[in-house]
Design a protein around this ligand. Structure first.
Ligand code: HEM
Length: 467
């Protein structure tokens, strides 16, 4: 669709949202009629977003303002200041939403809410379990390095590293090792990746998702059930159980929380960001040279391959943060309004009801010209102190995997750029239309092999595999 036609469509749909806000004030937000009307809005706008998410956001932002309605009569906040303020609301009341996506088929998640959808003591408890389960990357640098090196060395046999196919595989395997000390079989890895790809099926009404589309959802649900059982055989399981019990969480809640932590937050988010970092470094030769120099300097003496050395890779650290600003893997955060009120949308005052979703658009906030000079340019010298990509800092809902994901990406890149090489790479392109992961999914490093430096002098390698 050309931009003019899309603009008309997106604005017309917003006019309907404004009318709906007044209608909902009359018929009630959570009555059967209210729910139905919101659901119609959700799917109608959802389909537009699926096909043209960035244009959708920018059309509304430019034509209406930084606050506008979207999908199920949610109030979208699109600038840095508002999103940052929303993130700091405490305590935060959540519905079972994955950013903009509403989980309408709880059966896909074995009827357990996402941790994002938990509130109160349950949420505090599951976060304590996450904290116990997530390793400190500065203490486990060497171990993570070995996983990375084994994975990259296997890719040399295929003579290719494929961003969209290989990185999620690496992440799902590595997180199961780090969190549970469990290896997944080839079939289990495939099934886990199919589960992640199938997540949009959780946003279809339960009956349709579970039964009419059972041929698609059934295998994914069964895989989840099997892994939930498998987790309980992990040597780490008892320690998670002990913490969870202190918050009255049962074994199923704990295992399901960890399943989502690994699959949704950990694998999908980190592989997308890692892919973007590799994409940025493929495109920017000067930056890549600086990263290679840093990799060589940091590990001049391979014996110092530890957390302290990792902290010295400051250039790569900034590259990761700036990439996360421009290509945030999580694009929306969501919470519920605790009171009814009135919101100014464009030039109009519109009523909103208690329970209305308040969405923060991280993508547009990260490119807000009032916060970042030349916001679309890649600049590693920016002030990242209030970067929103990991849900900000210093409040109850920040991403618990922030440090692990950054350091893991750093370790991956240090190996990749120090010990490996490739003959050519395919086009680096981020898809800003289809609402898939923001990463150059189709990028492949072809002719992938170990660097000649490592082959000629393996003692200079970062890898120190035990005999
Ligand atoms: C090892 C990798 C990661 C793990 C294990 C992880 C884990 C999690 C978990 C468990 C939550 C839910 C917290 C809660 O319910 O209170 C969360 C939230 C979040 N994560 Fe991560 N994460 C990882 C990587 C990332 C990456 C790479 C990004 C983006 C750059 C990211 C951005 C976020 C954001 C924005 C939220 C808040 C979402 C919301 O409140 O709706 N995470 N993460």
């Amino acid at each position: 669709m050309d931009l003019t036609a899309l603009t008309q469509k997106v604005i017309k749909a917003h006019d309907r949202q404004v009318k709906l806000s007044r209608r909902l004030a009359k018929v009630g937000y959570d009555t059967a009629v209210g729910k139905f009307l919101r659901l119609v809005g959700y799917y109608r706008e959802g389909f537009m977003l699926l096909k043209a998410w960035r244009d959708f956001l920018y059309i509304r932002k430019e034509k209406i303002g930084d606050t506008f309605f979207a999908v199920d009569q949610a109030i979208m906040h699109a600038d840095h200041d508002q999103v940052k303020r929303l993130m700091h609301v405490e305590p935060q009341v959540r519905g079972n939403d994955l950013g903009i996506i509403r989980i309408l088929a709880p059966s896909y998640l074995l009827n357990h809410p996402l941790s994002l959808g938990m509130n109160g003591a349950d949420h505090t408890g599951i976060r304590c379990v996450f904290q116990k389960a997530l390793p400190d990357p500065f203490e486990q640098t060497d171990l993570i390095g070995r996983y990375v090196d084994d994975f990259l060395s296997a890719a040399t046999k295929r003579e290719q590293l494929h961003i969209g196919d290989d990185l999620p595989r690496f992440m799902v395997e590595t997180l199961h090792q780090l969190v549970f000390q469990l290896s997944l079989s080839e079939e289990e890895v495939k099934a886990s990746l199919a589960y992640i790809k199938g997540l949009p099926l959780a946003s279809i009404p339960n009956f349709i998702s579970r039964y009419l589309l059972g041929f698609m959802t059934g295998p994914n649900i069964r895989h989840r059930e099997q892994l939930i059982q498998k987790y309980q055989n992990s040597p780490n399981w008892d320690s998670y159980l002990e913490i969870g019990k202190q918050y009255q969480l049962n074994p199923n809640q704990i295992a399901n929380g960890l399943f989502d932590m690994i699959h949704i937050a950990g694998t999908a988010g980190t592989s997308a960001l890692l892919g973007s970092v590799i994409g940025v470094l493929c495109l920017n030769e000067a930056l890549r040279s600086e990263v290679v120099v840093e990799a060589n300097t940091v590990w001049e003496d391979a014996k110092t391959f530890n957390g302290e050395a990792l902290k010295r890779a400051t250039m790569l650290h900034s590259v990761i943060l700036e990439t996360a600003r421009l290509y945030p893997p999580v694009r929306f955060v969501s919470q519920l309004a605790t009171e009814s009120g009135e919101v100014t949308i464009g030039s109009q005052k519109c009523p909103f009801q208690k329970g209305t979703r308040l969405l923060g658009s991280i993508f547009t906030a990260n490119r807000d010209a009032l916060r970042y000079d030349n916001p679309d340019d890649f600049q590693v010298t920016r002030d990242f102190s209030d970067l929103l990509s990991w849900n900000g800092e210093g409040h109850e809902r920040v991403c618990p995997g922030k440090s692990l994901s950054i350091e893991l990406i750093k370790i991956f890149c240090l190996y990749l750029f120090k010990d490996y090489q490739w003959d050519q790479f395919t086009e680096v392109k981020w898809d800003f239309e289809k609402v898939t992961a923001v990463t150059p999914n189709d990028l492949a490093l072809q002719g992938f092999s170990m660097s000649s430096q490592r082959l000629s002098d393996p003692t200079q390698s970062l890898a120190k595999h035990p005999e």
